[in-house]
Design a protein around this ligand. Structure first.
Ligand code: NAP
Length: 265
């Protein structure tokens, strides 16, 4: 049995992980949330605790006796990783032994130089996105991320045909996290969960084979991608989806600007 604290516990991925950990019936879980815990369902084995992650001494208090912290902040909403850094510092002060970091864009210096054992799960993209519009996750909202096998439409970088993408199903990610929590050896710093690895060209070919027709591709110039000029926002290629993000919020823009596809070497 391990006492686990999940930061950002009411998020979509967190809820999937929470379900997986609760299922094992082995752990005591503290779900850290910013919203009023009364708005959250009572869940066996889970104690909700409210925090805005701004008060280090409150965090230290909440994390005393915790063995493992799993952080699932959405990083573009935590500018500069400030809240996560405070959480890491509090975890160290509270004597937490293991920390799994929310990875996209966050700076991890305070973990790197510390005694705290940590990992970046690095699961690649959720494979479930490829099955859109079939809902194959319980809590995560799916959308056609770059490849829409249903409508046979894709957004592809002009120079990315040979780029490899790692995909893992959410179910497998949950399974790996549940087993990682129980793992007695030292966590690797880069987890590297990979269900499948595929090049962009292979994925396009796969779609053609399965659906019997080629993808309608929106090609993105490298310089546009680098400059953050996401012409795809205006395109009609993605129909409703493009429309939905055609006036992206500042949050969304900064998220896309900071985001890098988890391409494997
Ligand atoms: N590999 C992939 O394909 C893929 C796809 C989607 C997401 N992800 C990653 O999965 C992780 C979770 O994403 P998600 O989709 O579950 O996001 P989500 O549903 O938006 O949940 C994010 C959680 O983070 C909390 N949060 C946001 N900003 C925060 C801040 N400044 N300080 C503290 N807490 C904050 C939110 O808390 P409140 O509820 O209190 O607002 C929320 O519970 C992220 O690291 C994301 O990059 C990966």
């Amino acid at each position: 049995m391990v006492r686990i604290a999940i930061a950002g516990a009411s998020g979509q991925l967190s809820k999937e992980i929470l379900d997986g950990l609760v299922e094992t019936d082995k752990h005591e879980i503290i779900g850290l949330v910013r919203k009023d815990p009364k708005s959250l369902p009572e869940t066996r084995g889970v104690r909700w605790a409210q925090t805005n992650y701004k008060d280090r001494s409150q965090l230290v208090h909440l994390l005393r006796g915790v063995h493992t912290v799993l952080c699932f902040f959405i990083s573009h909403k935590d500018a500069g990783g400030v809240d996560q850094k405070r959480l890491i510092d509090a975890a160290i002060e509270a004597g937490v032994q293991r920390y799994a970091a929310s990875e996209c864009g966050s700076k991890l210096e305070s973990v790197r130089d510390a005694v705290l054992e940590y990992t970046l799960f690095h699961p690649g993209l959720f494979m479930n996105y490829l099955g859109y519009p079939r809902q194959t996750t319980k809590h995560i909202t799916l959308f056609p991320l770059l490849f829409d096998f249903d409508g046979m439409r894709a957004i592809v970088g002009e120079q990315s045909l040979d780029a490899k993408i790692a995909y893992s199903t959410v179910e497998d990610i949950v399974g790996v996290v549940a087993r990682a929590v129980e793992y007695e050896g030292e966590w690797p710093r880069v987890g590297g969960i990979t269900g499948s690895q595929v090049t962009v060209a292979q994925l396009l070919e796969l779609g053609k084979k399965i659906r019997g027709r080629p993808f309608d591709i929106e090609w993105v110039k490298e310089e546009d991608a680098q400059a953050g000029r996401a012409r795809v926002y205006d395109t009609k290629v993605f129909g409703g989806f493009a429309q939905a993000i055609s006036v992206p919020s500042n949050d969304t823009i900064s998220g896309f600007e900071n985001y890098r596809l988890p391409v494997t070497e």
